[in-house]
Design a protein. Structure first.
Length: 161
């Protein structure tokens, strides 16, 4: 079985994890899995590690950094190369610059994971679905005036504590 970018997105959407890491993990654990090639944005009790495709947020709790959110920023792939951590490329092969939500939705559905459409004023320009198993939210571009991003393509997949 070939492991693809879609398999990676489906796994994250249904588990909220990358290589077994997710909410509650430490920066050292992420570095161990994805290497040290990330942008470090540190502010008092918050730390953001940006690996390009993957962004991980940490908060300082009892003298230790703990993950409070992970976001897979699929939309970034439309604007350039070098955004995919090497291990992901090795394990999943090439990542497409555009991934239609219909493909992800079908793959998630094949795993019997329900999707619930979200609504609200903060979703202007996007459609969003929450998975009932991994507590992740999938954002889909609904903008038709953006030359880099197509309506119906996955914008991002996120999980937050």
């Amino acid at each position: 079985m070939t492991v693809t970018d879609l398999a990676f997105y489906t796994h994250f959407a249904t588990t909220g994890q990358v290589y077994g890491l997710g909410i509650g993990s430490t920066p050292e654990q992420w570095t161990g899995e994805l290497s040290e090639g990330f942008l470090d944005d540190r502010q008092k009790k918050r730390l953001r590690c940006d690996y390009g495709l993957i962004e991980v947020g940490f908060s300082r709790e009892q003298q230790q950094w703990k993950c409070f959110g992970v976001s897979v920023q699929v939309h970034r792939l439309a604007s350039g190369d070098g955004l995919i951590p090497q291990r992901l490329q090795e394990d999943h092969g090439p990542f497409r610059s555009h991934v239609p939500f219909d493909e992800l939705s079908a793959d998630i559905g094949a795993r019997n994971v329900p999707l619930e459409e979200l609504s609200g004023p903060g979703l202007s320009g996007y459609t969003a679905y929450k998975t009932t198993v991994g507590s992740t939210t999938i954002y889909i571009s609904a903008q038709d005036d953006d030359p880099l991003h197509r309506p119906g393509d996955i914008w991002s997949i996120t999980v937050h504590a």
